[in-house]
Design a protein around this ligand. Structure first.
Ligand code: NAP
Length: 250
């Protein structure tokens, strides 16, 4: 039987219940990793776990609000006591709370910052010591092209995602000599629940800004994660890989 790329490795994927995170969890499960699927709901995390197991892989659900630093700290301690270490961390959970700056209230700002940025800090800090001891690790953070080009109505989201990219670069420098890479992925417009809510007129306008002239799929992002998580990507660290059909080309 062929040895899979991630046989024996443990991956933790936040936001694994839906959309991009679910596709990443399924892909890593297929490549042999034991996948810890994080979501706020037991039922939806367990659904992804069930799909991985049905496909011949192994996975476990973990219910945590990623924006709650104390909860993440205690979840990391539990994970390390059960699995020893996490080899592949994918920070994918994220939300939007769009509003124009003048109308944006404190809770819209704070909710997005804590879910999309604080979470990256909490999980990475909580899990990196064990990775350092193993001298192998992959930290992959799902940012957004909006961090690179900005967007009216998304001051909170663009700030959080740009913070996640800057955070990734600092982590990459700190952990580089320990066999750990840290990279960000900046998806463009990917068809998920997050983007399904947009009006048809807005979707048409966005499509006009995408050189390949179609929206991305969750599998386009999962493919990039699979590559950055591989042994072959050991010399790639601190990058932001755009998966955007050319949308944010400079
Ligand atoms: P989605 O379909 O709305 O899924 C969001 C995921 O995040 C769900 O699994 C949700 O789980 C989880 N989540 C949200 N808040 C959480 C919290 N406080 N604690 C734990 N889990 C939480 O979103 P998506 O489109 O797949 O986006 C995934 C990531 O890609 C996000 O970081 C997003 O910013 C980024 N992104 C998406 C696009 C796009 O076009 N879709 C583009 C660029 C970047 P539960 O609700 O089950 O807890």
């Amino acid at each position: 039987m062929a040895v899979l790329e991630h046989d024996g490795r443990v991956a933790l994927v936040t936001g694994a219940s839906r959309g991009i995170g679910r596709a990443i969890a399924l892909r890593l499960g297929k490549s042999g990793a034991r996948v810890i699927c994080v979501s706020r709901s037991e039922a939806s995390a367990s659904q992804t776990v069930g799909e991985i197991v049905a496909d011949g892989g192994s996975a476990d659900p973990l219910v945590v609000d990623v924006g709650d630093m104390d909860a993440v700290k205690s979840a990391c301690a539990d994970v390390l006591s059960i699995y020893g270490a996490v080899d592949i961390l994918v920070n994918c959970a994220g939300i939007t709370r769009d509003n124009l700056l003048l109308r944006m209230d404190d809770s819209q700002w704070n909710e997005v910052l804590r879910t999309d940025l604080d979470s990256c800090f909490s999980w990475t800090r909580g899990l990196c010591r064990a990775m350092m001891q193993k001298r192998w690790g992959r930290i992959i953070t799902i940012a957004s092209v909006i961090a690179l080009i900005g967007n009216a109505g998304q001051a909170n989201y663009s700030a959080a995602k740009a913070g996640a990219i800057a955070f990734t670069k600092s982590v990459a420098r700190e952990l580089a000599t320990r066999g750990i890479t840290a990279n960000a992925i900046a998806p463009g417009f990917i068809e998920t629940d997050m983007t399904a809510a947009l009006k048809e007129s807005i979707r048409e306008k966005i499509l006009g800004q995408i050189p390949v002239n179609y929206f991305g799929t969750v599998d386009d992002v999962a493919t990039a994660v699979e590559f950055l998580a591989s042994d072959g990507a050991r010399y790639i660290t601190g990058v932001t890989l755009r998966v955007d059909g050319g949308m944010a080309m400079c």
